[in-house]
Design a protein around this ligand. Sequence first.
Ligand code: NAP
Length: 311
Amino acid sequence: MKPALLQIGSFPPEVQAQIDAGFDRIDVRDFERDPSRAGEIRAIVTRSNLEVPAALVERLPKLGIIATNGVGHDLIPLALAARRGIAVSNTPDVLNAAVAELCIGALLALLRQLPQADRYVREGRWPGASFPLTSSLAGKQVGIVGLGRIGKDIARRLEPFGVALAYHGRSDQNLAWRFEADLGALARDADILIVAAPGGAETARMIDAHVLEALGPRGILVNVARGSLVDEEALLAALAEGRIAGAALDVFDREPDIDARFFGLENVLLMPHIGSATRETRAAMAQLMLDNLRSWFGSGRVLTPVPVPEH
Ligand code: NAP
């Protein structure tokens, strides 16, 4: 008999076929209508941009594993899982390249105004006047907030562009790049501030009005991490009033129904949370999620566990 698994969110057909081959799938919407099989469910599969409510986990006495497809785990009740001995797995590393590529692509698109340039040509404005001058990436100071797996990949891929790199985190990792313990000082020194730290209570709104003020009217913010890290009210005000130069944003406070005030701003590049969204990367992530599930059911261990929170 296949073990019962609760699924939150949807997966591409080929991934769904593999889930359904190994497990007796119960969709969370069906479960909410009819929770009679709560006592059978041993696994949850989800995507990292969807919430696994603590109240749901509490209703599943036999739950042994939560396997998320993605690296973020800010929407999973980790402390509760740890107390209950529930394994939590994510899909780190296999998405670093895709997120770093998007980050750098978005940064270049914002600096060189590629969406505007495309519109300019399509609208037949080229013969009338030259496209306005834009900004180079070369020679800029880049500050990275959260130099983990993705942050390091971004830093390594940015180096050949001829930028100066520094980073902020909870600890100095003794790397070739300059560590800055003070986030405000990192923003003050930076032309470009890239956010790549995890979401969650500890990092909530860390990019606040003071950090944006320090980044200044020539500064650019790139967020490929989580919307929760940025004070969106402060960001919208800073963008509208030209107190920062621009922002490239893959993530928002409320997704997908983002604050409509973003649509009226020309100095932002808006993306629908597509950091890992390439066919190759999504396939690798799904494979790792499935491997984690199979490993847990086979040996009681997952391959890529999410670290248990300290408190
Ligand atoms: P990671 O390897 O765990 O790295 C996170 C980094 O953030 C670590 O270097 C950590 O360094 C730092 N950090 C943790 N808490 C911090 C704090 N309070 N202040 C400053 N820095 C802090 O994670 P990752 O794999 O690089 O992923 C990073 C995040 O990217 C994920 O959590 C996820 O939310 C996001 N993400 C987004 C997309 C997308 O589609 N846009 C895709 C994948 C991932 P210290 O321990 O030294 O502080």
